[in-house]
Design a protein around this ligand. Structure first.
Ligand code: SAH
Ligand code: SF4
Ligand code: F3S
Length: 472
């Protein structure tokens, strides 16, 4: 019997990707996705515990679904990082909850569901899967291809930054075999995927502990050679693991997009040390310089945090100074949030909430200005845009991204889906650009954007026809 599943996702791209994988696993158990919680036979909340705020959202989401459970017996489950962290305790705390699925237990969901459905048991699976079998989840089978897709290449994190819960809820670093990754990317390319984003909490740490395996730059090179794939991205990188080989890849690999997300967290050496980040502000800035040298148009985004225990006004000023030097395209900024079990949460010099709030507000105000200025620099330029779908605002517009990962909306229709087209940028906003489809004359010039000397895609920006739906 066909059943319906509704899934609500919080947290980072790993969680977004996990939600996709959960839906695929559930397809095999006769569950189809619904976007309406009311219609669902099964509701899953895929959770994040990186800061207190996202963690609280889980409890309010479950509160909203309680009525559905009471009225129609909907099965309720929690997956993701809060599930991993709290385990059985969640079942005690929330009496109407049926399932708790840890971050490495996605493949077990169908068996767990049987136990809930048939025996009426409450179930919890939070073991770590040392062999990494769960990373090999079913490949997409749908006939309508997506333009872009995530590919997990490693999981977990060994950095143990003193504030961070991730190593505890995602486990130790484990890389997938390159042969398996390449097979997955080829499969995606055959199904019409044009862009892959390689995923990992510490993605540039790829290959550690795998004897005789490819390094991360070698893996990128191998993917660059896969026919049908036109753009490659990866996230999230750690500055300490950013090798010269990887920096060079930005000038050597034509499909590797000119964007890097490189969290710096703080501009103060004293705070970086207390965070156990393993780099200094000088070595971070040095790497940024190198990146800009090999690829002048590279877009740089990062994560930063204010109010880490012991952060003084002068530490915060160093953070602002680093921002001034780099001029990030965008920043994800957070107030430090103590996480149970982490070293920093036991630090005696916690920063007052009011200070954190003031610092965050100032930092965000400055960055907003920089982001807008960075976006305004695109005005009048012709950019290569990979068309991803309707724009978020209106079905009369299509939307896509530049190689530098800026969203561009423009007048167009679905026939453009999956095509790389030249778009002349006419308006710049804080979160997106607006443009007009370029003429064919402009196509040639689109390649002329000064990106780098060696530029196999840019110099010959060609349009291609999307494969009709269903054709692979
Ligand atoms: N693996 C990635 C990101 C992990 S979590 C990395 O190392 O960069 C995403 C971001 O959340 C982090 O970069 C950090 O800025 C923020 N973060 C993590 N733990 C936090 C905490 N306890 N309080 C506030 N922000 C936190
Ligand atoms: Fe957390 Fe640090 Fe690992 Fe990133 S590198 S996931 S911030 S421990
Ligand atoms: Fe959150 Fe887990 Fe990602 S804690 S940031 S969903 S790895």
């Amino acid at each position: 019997m066909q059943r319906l599943v509704y899934i609500e996702t919080y947290g980072c791209q790993m969680n977004e990707h996990d939600s996709e994988q959960i839906l695929r696993v559930l397809e095999g158990a006769n569950y189809l996705e619904t976007k309406e919680a009311q219609q669902a036979d099964l509701i899953l909340v895929n959770t994040c515990s990186v800061r207190e705020k996202p963690e609280q959202k889980v409890y309010s989401a479950l509160g909203r679904f309680k009525r559905l459970k009471e009225e129609k017996g909907t099965i309720l489950g929690v997956t993701g990082c809060v599930a991993q962290q709290e385990g059985e305790k969640l079942l005690d705390r929330i009496p109407y909850l049926d399932m708790v699925v840890g971050t490495q237990a996605i493949l077990l969901i169908p068996q767990m569901l049987k136990r809930v459905e048939v025996i009426g048991e409450k179930v919890c699976e939070t073991g770590f899967d040392e062999k990494g079998t769960h990373l090999k989840t079913p490949l997409p089978s749908g006939s309508l291809p997506n333009v872009k897709s995530f590919v997990t290449i490693m999981q977990g994190c060994d950095h143990f930054c003193s504030y961070c819960i991730v190593p505890y809820v995602r486990g130790r670093e484990k890389s997938r075999a390159s042969a398996e990754i390449l097979e997955e990317v080829k499969h995606l390319a055959e199904r019409g995927v044009k862009e892959v984003c390689l995923l990992g909490q510490n993605v540039n740490g790829y290959g550690k502990g795998l004897e005789g395996e490819m390094s991360f730059p070698e893996l990128l090179r191998a993917i660059d050679g896969i026919e049908g794939i036109e753009r490659i991205r990866f996230t999230t990188s750690h500055p300490a693991d950013l090798s010269l080989g990887l920096i060079r890849a930005f000038s050597e690999l034509g499909k590797l997009c000119e964007h890097i997300h490189l969290p710096f967290q703080s501009g103060s050496n004293r705070i970086l040390k207390a965070m156990h980040r393993g780099y200094t502000r000088e070595s971070y800035l040095e790497k940024i310089d190198r990146l800009k040298e090999v690829c002048s148009s590279i877009a740089i985004t990062a994560d930063v945090m204010v109010g880490f225990p012991g952060e003084e006004e002068n530490d915060f000023e160093e953070t602002l100074d680093l921002m001034e030097k780099v001029r990030f395209d965008d920043l994800y900024s957070f107030k430090y949030s103590p996480r149970k079990g982490t070293k920093a949460s036991r630090h005696e010099h916690q920063v007052e909430e009011k200070r954190k709030q003031e610092r965050l507000a100032l930092l965000q105000k400055i960055q907003k200005e920089t982001t807008l200025q960075r976006n305004m620099a695109f005005l009048g330029r012709i950019e290569e845009v990979l068309v991803e779908g309707y724009s978020k605002q209106s079905r009369r517009d299509m939307g896509g991204r530049t190689r530098t990962n800026k969203t561009v909306n423009f007048k167009g229709d679905l026939t453009l889906l999956g095509r790389r087209i030249p778009v002349r940028i006419t308006n710049a906003y804080a979160h997106s650009l607006r443009g007009e489809r370029g003429s064919s004359d402009e196509k040639a010039r689109a390649g002329g954007i000064e990106r780098r000397s060696h530029d196999p895609i840019g110099t010959d920006l060609h349009e291609f026809s999307p494969s009709p739906p269903g054709e692979t």
